[in-house]
Write a protein that binds this ligand. Sequence first.
Ligand code: E4P
Length: 218
Amino acid sequence: MKFFIDTADVGEIRDLAATGMVDGVTTNPSLILKSGRDINEVTKEICSIVDGPVSAEVTATEAEAMIAEGRHLAALAPNIAVKVPLTWDGLKACKALTDDGNMVNVTLCFSANQALLAAKAGATFISPFIGRLDDIGLDGMELISEIRQIYDNYGFETQILSASIRTVNHVKAAALIGSDVATVPPGVLRKLADHPLTDKGLEAFLSDWAKTGQQILK
Ligand code: E4P
């Protein structure tokens, strides 16, 4: 499963990219607001740090205007994935932008039927929002599972990009289901390596090592 990081914070992106775990980045208007940066500048900078797809979201709501914004965003760097919302206008824009040869990420997906439409519109990625479904008492993971089954039934190549991830358990469940990508907030990505038994074991090894008086590099 590929990891994208869900942030427009270039400091976090640089730091995590150095781990080799970052296959791409997703942004949205709320994350651009949080960054305090200009969308064009920050998006270009992110694209220069990460080789993989960097999602940048249109903010128009009508198809023609979405297409114009999408073409502008796509021209910022070769690794841009234009993000459009899952509305009929967004689906029209998806078709036009993918026909142009751009990567398109269809976002704000909350149902399997919406995901089916996005695949038929040629989306490169579909972003089902797990956490926001869980927030209202529904089961976000069940949606990932349904989309996986539908895409496999028909051989759709649209990649499932599990989004709105809040916990390490979301990451594990998405991987078990076979999500192609998980977009993960930086804090959740960092937590994936944590285990108290790892810390305890390392402490014991280092303590015993100190008692040997040895050094590996002399
Ligand atoms: C990413 O593409 C989405 O915009 C993001 O994961 C949404 O996450 P949130 O529900 O935590 O805002």
